[in-house]
Design a protein around this ligand. Sequence first.
Ligand SMILES: NC(=O)c1ccc[n+]([C@@H]2O[C@H](COP(=O)([O-])OP(=O)(O)OC[C@H]3O[C@@H](n4cnc5c(N)ncnc54)[C@H](OP(=O)(O)O)[C@@H]3O)[C@@H](O)[C@H]2O)c1
Length: 236
Amino acid sequence: MSTAFAETELLDAYTVADRSEPHLRANMIASIDGAATHQGLSGGLNGPADKQVFDVLRRLADVVLVGAGTLRAEGYGGLRLGQADVTWRREHGLADHPVLAVVSSRLALEPSSPLFTQAPRRPLLITHEQSPSQQRALLQEVADVLVCGREAVDPVRLREELVARGMPQILCEGGPHLLGTLAGADVLDELCLTVSPLIEGGEAIRITRDAPVAHLPVRLAGVLRAEDMLFLRYLR
Ligand SMILES: NC(=O)c1ccc[n+]([C@@H]2O[C@H](COP(=O)([O-])OP(=O)(O)OC[C@H]3O[C@@H](n4cnc5c(N)ncnc54)[C@H](OP(=O)(O)O)[C@@H]3O)[C@@H](O)[C@H]2O)c1
């Protein structure tokens, strides 16, 4: 099957110079008029080239950070990479799979979900002191719980905790609420944005929502193209 990008092209574009240096990268997709969803999911915006980038970014990550809203909407299962990614990671001295880290306040997650039961590595659950303690105790059976903050997840502590646990290469796959929180605290190092060649219209959300005004200047560090789809890499 032909692919949009050669693997080496993507690895060259997205590999950081020093893996030990903490790096928080987010990867998002939007239509040209800024919609982050089509009919409530990001799936209506993407395509095979975007999937290639998505997979390479996972391959390069120590931990994949995702908001509970995205898990629920997109139906995440256990985070398991394909064999080619596992082989590459072994050759580069990395664990077979990144850890999945879920950010949640309400902790409305089922311990019996495939997210936990089919995870090749024990997931992390990132929450705060005010989250429901009973639910937290239940989920502690299937995940390591990180309490970062009193009434909300503190993005600075979140980042520090992941780095302290030996996971400096952090990939955030959204969603918009989580990305808004990270941007609001200015803890993002990089935003990878796929621009999908669509005018979506309607009331779709943006890639940040419920967020304080951040107004963070960024620098364009890379551009890839697959037909009409653009892959932009911005560094803070
Ligand atoms: N275009 C894209 O690239 C892209 C990427 C990902 C998702 N999406 C789309 O975005 C939509 C979901 O949006 P969303 O904003 O609800 O996604 P989200 O940020 O993944 O989820 C929001 C939920 O995650 C938890 N959460 C996020 N940030 C938190 C924080 N700082 N502290 C504590 N909890 C936090 C909370 O969970 P609890 O409710 O459990 O407390 C919150 O209700 C879906 O339609 C999905 O398809 C698009």
